[in-house]
Design a protein around this ligand. Sequence first.
Ligand code: GAL
Length: 346
Amino acid sequence: MRLLRKVTAMAMASMMVLSMAACGGGSSASATTAAPAETKAAEGGASGSGTIGVCIYKFDDAFMTTYRNALQEILEGKGYTVTFMDGKNDQAEQNNQINNFIAQEVDALIINPVMTSAADQIIATVKDANIPTVLINREPTADQMAAYDKLVYVGCDARQSGTMQGELILDTPNKGDINGDGVISYIMIQGDPENVDAQYRTEFSVKALTDAGLAVKELDLQRGDWDRNKGQEIAQNDLAKFGDEIEVVFCNNDDMAIGALQAIQAAERKVNEDIYLVGVDALDAALNEVVNGNMTGTVLNDAKGQAAGAVEAMEALLGGKTYAAGEQSIYVDYVKVTPENAADFQ
Ligand code: GAL
């Protein structure tokens, strides 16, 4: 697996050089600072220059912290001057940060929107300023992105991660039906429901079970906002309320699953024996629990792959590339993680 990822990264790097070489002479928000990027492309070098503004929806998010670190390493490693801003989960605050970056005439923006519903406004703002922009982590619709051809989304298709969570349950010896009553009884601990990742993971995890012809019963669905403490509280309350009826705990992300695990252990339940637990992200803490048998599985949300893809798309934009409507989403695959392959991601 490691080898495969290395090869993919190398292939991406050489594709980047090729695509940049192919599109020299393009325009960007700031001709003076875009020029060095084009010069580098002409030289075939892997480094860049220029100033990049990065807006993260909030720093205090486990997965986005790994993503931010990966972005920083790649961008600074290439020679860019980068400023990261913490949106503090406040769209108004993030709007100010975007406006400040525009006033500072950054060469490109990478934005993880606070609210998916703010996409129209963000896109109109960056278009007005003519700044090449890569959106990450929260996917707008194709129609919204079509408004600006120097804008691209790099991320994952959240439907895939939901389906993989369902498959992790289908792969257990009793297909999630621990008590053998013919019905998989589950609780769903959801991320921020405004976020398409939360919506699709909730829908497609269960769809994988029903598509396989299995009957399901939703005992509870609560929003945990991607947060470990909320995951713990929800699981604790549900375990007190539903007890052994709960066979599967679906969490839209790993941080909430780690919280749920604390509640499961406090209730003296045993994962993979009398309850199943799945998350998404493949955070280090979750990988350890998968290896130890305390989580049934997780799904790799490839922070490094997405960061590399975002930088590659940004460099293409800086080189003058524009994106046609309907071709503005670039996806990185999710990967199912079980005890068999978890070590490959640690
Ligand atoms: C998801 C990730 C969550 C959280 C969320 C923020 O892709 O799985 O853990 O980081 O993004 O939007």
